[in-house]
Design a protein around this ligand. Structure first.
Ligand code: FAD
Length: 435
């Protein structure tokens, strides 16, 4: 049985490792701990995705849902519900899930990886090197970028997030987001009194003091905000700490090759404004076990499997980049300020969703996931779903759509049950089908 090493025990690495183990591979994970304690907000669908992949111990860390207060373009809203994830506890939960599945975890820093005669050799700090048939790069934003011969990564506007963390008095957990002329601020409180304030700014446009003065600079900045003053409602700041992290959106140019695959933030990292980082990292990790299975068992489908992975990573990256742009566009007060000006235009002016038109639907062969492998199938390509739709609620779409171009709907749908008919009719209407 082929051996696989996953580098990084974040949500992406853990999800891939569990998926590979289920397929019967001998898989191990090597990771060091994150170097700082952060709090992150996730939506209900992230929790569902975690449950779906079997990361139940990590899932158990999510606290009660809290309403996220938002002040954007002068409008105050309590629209979204957010679950707060304490990252050190969440990361521990991921490791507990690996342990429960019988997946060995080596606690070590990866120094480098090289490909040698069909093997990956992984050099570790203070431990013997590992040799594996395949390796998965899941070291998040810390994963080294490829050498330039594979192309350049696509990057959004250079962005930095400064996180302040301190201990305040206990209270109710809550979170809030606020736009400012030079960026946006996210703040959160946990019931035990831990407080977080994160300022996301444009690297080129924001003059920052040197490192020694940065903490005081952030503190002053924080107390200038009326919302932050009301939100934290107390000036007790024990153990105040600062951590800076890059939050530039990055899409790596090549997500896989001979003996390796990139997943999670190592493949693409998105703007934290979307609050979708963990969701996206899980999406690429969910498809990865079948892609790797195909590369190892059906090497003749190598190009197909890699195309499947690459296209999906890229599609999701650009879709979320445009969603982020539209959110920045909603803030109109400072459209000419450098932070907003550049983010209102990146990545382009394309709409997030292309308009539906039944006559534009095409039936083509495209890579799909079938029985744990990447395979070719007839799918329906629409302007909004350029990667194709294979099944809709259990129905194979391509034969139905092909017939609908020349036959009446009643005839094409006749063999389907009433529920499937309803489902299909509503999808057809959403695609602009007018019999
Ligand atoms: P990570 O979670 O980064 O996991 C990588 C693992 O690899 C870590 O355990 C790390 O210690 C390990 N590692 C790294 N280098 C090495 C090495 N050399 N050797 C060994 N191990 C190594 N997402 C949300 O959903 N909600 C949010 O609110 C949110 N806020 C964010 C705020 C900021 C400022 C940023 C930058 C990101 C935010 N994200 C958020 C995104 C989220 O953190 C990531 O998308 C997600 O953690 C990516 O998962 P991953 O498994 O790909 O990588």
């Amino acid at each position: 049985m082929k051996s696989i090493v996953v580098l990084g025990a974040g949500p992406a690495g853990a999800a891939v490792a569990l998926g590979l183990k289920r397929l019967g591979y001998q898989v191990s994970v090597v990771s060091e701990w994150r170097r700082f304690a952060a709090l992150e907000g996730v939506s209900q669908r992230v929790l569902e995705a975690l449950r779906g992949v079997g990361l139940t111990r990590a899932l158990a860390v999510a606290g009660e849902p809290s309403r996220r207060h938002s002040r954007w373009n002068s409008e105050a809203q309590n629209r979204n519900v957010e679950f707060l994830l304490d990252r050190p506890r969440f990361d521990q939960g991921l490791r507990d899930d690996l342990h429960a599945a019988g997946i060995p975890l080596i606690e070590a820093r990866v120094l480098g990886v090289r490909q040698e005669e069909r093997h990956s050799v992984i050099e570790l700090d203070g431990a013997p090197s590992l040799v594996a048939d395949f390796h998965v790069e899941a070291r998040g934003r810390q994963a080294p970028q490829h050498d330039k011969s594979l192309g350049r990564a696509a990057r959004g506007p250079e962005t930095l997030s400064l996180l302040n963390r301190w201990q305040g008095p206990p209270g109710k957990s809550a979170s809030a987001v606020e736009s400012q002329p030079d960026g946006w601020m996210w703040m959160a409180r946990q019931a035990d009194g831990r407080c977080y304030w994160q300022w996301t700014l444009d690297v080129g446009a924001t003059p920052l003091p040197d490192k020694a003065a940065l903490l005081d600079f952030c503190r002053e900045r924080r107390w200038e905000s009326v919302l932050a003053r009301a939100f934290f409602d107390n000036d007790q700041e024990q153990d105040l700490e600062l951590h800076a992290r890059s939050s530039t959106a990055i899409l790596t140019p090549v997500c896989g090759g001979e003996g390796w695959l990139r997943v999670g933030d190592a493949a693409m990292a998105v703007d934290p404004l979307s609050g979708n980082g963990i969701f996206q990292s899980l999406s690429s990790a969910l498809q990865a076990p079948a892609v790797i299975n195909t590369l190892l068992v059906h090497p003749e489908r190598r190009e197909l499997a890699l195309r499947f992975h690459q296209q999906r990573v890229e599609h999701l990256f650009w879709r979320f980049a445009r969603l982020g742009r539209d959110f920045y566009l909603e803030e109109r007060r400072w459209a000419q300020e450098p932070f907003w000006q550049v983010r209102r235009q990146w990545p382009d002016g394309e709409p997030v969703h292309a308009e539906a038109c039944f006559n534009d639907l095409r039936v083509e062969q495209a890579p799909v996931l079938r029985d744990g492998f990447v395979d070719l199938a007839q799918v329906v390509i629409s302007p909004d779903q350029p990667l194709g739709i294979w099944h809709l609620n259990g129905m194979e779409l391509a034969p139905l759509v092909s017939r609908l171009h020349s036959e009446p709907a009643e005839q094409v749908l006749a063999h389907l049950g009433p529920e499937q008919q309803r489902y299909l009719r509503s999808w057809l209407l959403s695609q602009g089908y007018r019999p």
